[in-house]
Design a protein around this ligand. Structure first.
Ligand code: C5P
Length: 227
């Protein structure tokens, strides 16, 4: 019998710091990391690039099925998926049942059989972050975090990031978009964002990155003592 791959599941709101935490834990532990938000962003961007409407279910489902068939992990690094527009439409396609269904196997497959790390060495485990990882994609993960922060703090972080990427966008616009996105992610009927009963909640509003990583590492070491 093979031992199951150790999995760390992280959910949380947009710009809560969950991606930074996931990347830091992945580097420290030698785990492979999948930012599942990039999948929904890529579906939205692919639909828009083809001149389609992301809210059209059939078009979005087709794009999700294509993505899962031909996934190139490198394409998830495309800066085009990091724009405010991509984030907004990602949450639109993410509310479509068929889109979510098309992406399940890909995410569970990554968790069960993580790809080799950038240096070619085998991954020692998998970290996935998103909105439904702790509750639906990997409900049996031995370590679960839910990361959140006050909405205006998150909007300020996202605003800085978007400005840094050259996007001319006002803070109020980012804040409004974030509130709409939170409501859509928490209110949709399939796998809505929620706090799993066994998740460790980390509020990053006033915590620095190092403190967040140290706190999470304490929990990882307890749950996965041989890491
Ligand atoms: O994490 P990020 O902000 O990049 O995610 C973009 C959008 O993708 C989210 O607002 C959410 O609607 C959707 N998403 C999701 N389930 C996930 C990851 C992301 O519905 N596991």
């Amino acid at each position: 019998m093979t031992t199951p791959t150790p999995i760390i599941a992280i959910d949380g709101t947009a710009a809560s710091g969950k991606g930074t935490l996931a990347r830091r834990l992945a580097d420290a532990l030698g785990f492979a990391y999948l930012d599942t938000g990039t999948l929904y962003r890529k579906v939205a961007v692919d639909v828009l690039a083809a001149g389609g409407d992301p809210a059209d279910e059939a078009t979005a489902i087709q794009a999700a099925q294509n993505l899962q068939k031909n996934l190139d992990l490198q394409s998830l690094k495309d800066p085009a998926i990091r724009t405010a527009q991509a984030g907004k439409y990602a949450s639109v396609v993410a509310a479509i049942t068929g889109v979510r269904t098309a992406l399940i196997d890909l995410q569970r497959g990554f968790a069960a059989h993580p790809p080799a790390l950038a240096d070619g060495s085998p991954a020692k485990g998998a970290i996935l972050d998103g909105r439904d990882i702790t509750t639906f994609i990997c409900p049996d993960a031995p370590v679960k975090f839910y990361v959140d922060a006050a909405v205006d703090t998150r909007a300020a972080r996202r605003h800085k990031e978007l400005r840094g990427n050259g996007e001319a966008i006002e803070f109020e616009q980012v804040l409004d978009d974030m509130k709409i996105r939170d409501a859509r992610d928490m209110g949709r009927k399939d796998a809505p964002m929620m706090i799993a009963p066994d998740a460790i909640v980390i509020d990053t509003t006033t915590m620095g990155v190092e403190a967040v990583v140290a706190l999470a590492m304490e929990h990882v070491r307890k749950a996965l003592p041989d890491r």
